[in-house]
Ligand binder design. Structure first.
Ligand code: NAD
Ligand code: DAU
Length: 372
């Protein structure tokens, strides 16, 4: 059995981070979990409500750009494991404001690595073992044509958006700390996630919210772009396997083997919402502005809009390495994962309304000071 660890999860109040904290607390209840999160627009304490009372859990409102905060926390909590999710994560935002992506994703990652080096490698009281796990993306590999083989760990980096470039830079920094200082690191590069608590700026939750509130469903370009979709809990299980069984210094691709064209996802989503409303009268009362509430097709909301600048055409992950070395295999296919997500979104209207109308943000600034 692995001895109890003190795990610092950066970005643990975001979508994947919060799902990971819940997953980790269930699978490794003896581990202490410290969430370090700046609570940007994407971070939300409501995502962590189910773990907030656990004894082995602490939330720290802090920024990975603040070297002193990281340093103090590493020392005070004797952190021996870092799982690094904190990032600016939305490609469209990176096209408009790249600077925040360079700050958090590049400088912030380096701050964490410098603190880890100080406490784990240069210190006389370094823990017996340590691990820095870096959560990255398939976008570092660039884009694929229709007949190209899926991304492997050997695919050359060719990031196309400022977001992807900032994540690529952070991957290289993590690798260099292993090579140069002998830091024990692992990296996972994952495909598109979906599931509970995803901020409704990303394709699937945005389309669900717009569909039930009667707003247009904006499909970029002609909708032919392809993404490889993975249910968020399968990503968390993949990270667990990489952390516990992965070779130190190695990177592993994690994916769902689930390539879909955007337009097919949106059409599928429209059909599922039509079926859900037809099957449950209460939904028509709850969402009176949804076309399905008055017997119309949700698909009537689809609107083809101007394409994203530099829009990558296709991503696909080859997860053979993780499958053969670590025994990784996703449990959800797109049908089952999407149904779980849709049901969660329909049952959690208060959550998405709060994050979208900013009332949560106002609550945070009133109730949380920067040193909490
Ligand atoms: P998210 O945007 O939902 O959450 C990011 C979290 O990081 C938020 O809680 C935010 O408050 C926090 N954060 C941002 N800047 C910070 C800073 N300077 N200091 C401290 N905290 C900060 O992101 P997500 O979709 O959950 O993605 C998490 C990680 O997984 C990212 O590193 C992303 O690159 C990677 N990833 C995401 C996907 C995906 O499909 N969403 C796929 C592969 C990899
Ligand atoms: O591949 C992993 C990446 O997946 C992660 O690293 C990123 O953090 C995550 O945001 C995601 O990036 P994408 O750009 O692929 O995700 P997004 O949900 O923004 O868009 C998915 C596809 O849908 C993409 O081709 C753009 C398109 N799209 C998106 C939005 C928000 C639309 O057509 N309309 C939209 O309104």
């Amino acid at each position: 059995m692995t001895p109890a660890r003190t795990v610092m999860v950066t970005g643990g109040a975001g979508f994947i981070g919060a799902n990971f904290v819940r997953y980790w607390s269930e699978h490794y209840p003896s581990d202490r979990i410290i969430v370090l999160d700046a609570l940007t627009y994407a971070g939300n304490l409501a995502n962590l409500e189910s773990v907030s009372e656990l004894q082995n859990y602490r939330f720290v409102h802090g920024n990975i750009l603040d070297v002193a905060v990281i340093d103090e926390l590493m020392l005070e909590e004797q952190v021996d494991t870092i799982v690094h999710f904190a990032a600016e994560s939305h490609v469209d935002r990176s096209i408009h404001e790249p600077d925040a992506f360079i700050q958090t994703n590049v400088i912030g990652t380096n701050n964490l690595l410098m603190a880890a080096r100080k406490h784990w490698i240069d210190s006389d009281s370094a823990p017996a073992t340590h691990l820095f796990h870096h959560v990255s993306t398939d976008e570092v590999y660039g884009t694929l044509g229709p007949d190209d083989p899926a991304f492997t760990e050997q695919t050359l980096y060719a990031p196309n958006s400022p977001y992807a470039a900032s994540k690529a830079a952070s991957d290289h920094l993590v690798r260099s700390y292993h090579h140069t200082y002998g830091m024990q690191v692992t990296t996972s590069n994952c495909s598109n996630n979906y599931g509970p608590y995803q901020f409704p700026e990303k394709l699937i939750p945005l389309m669900i919210v717009n569909a039930v509130t009667g707003k247009p469903l904006p499909v970029y370009g002609d909708g032919s772009n392809i993404r490889d979709w993975l249910y968020v809990e399968d990503h968390c299980r993949g990270i667990d396997l990489v952390m516990n069984k992965g070779r130190r210094g190695a990177t592993y691709n994690i994916g769902g083997n689930n390539e879909w064209r955007n337009i097919d996802i949106v059409n599928q989503l429209c059909k599922s919402i039509d079926a859900a409303v037809a099957a449950d009268d209460r939904l028509a009362g709850q969402f009176p502005d949804a076309p399905a509430a008055s017997g119309k097709k949700t698909g009537s909301l689809i609107a083809f809009v101007k394409d994203r600048l530099g829009h990558d055409w296709r991503y696909a992950i080859d997860a053979t390495l993780a499958e053969t070395e670590l025994g990784y295999k996703p449990l959800e296919d797109f049908e089952s994962g999407f149904q779980l997500t849709l049901t969660w979104m329909l049952n959690n209207e208060a959550w998405w309304r709060a994050v979208m109308d900013g009332s949560y943000r106002n609550w945070i600034s009133k109730n949380y000071s920067a040193d909490d």
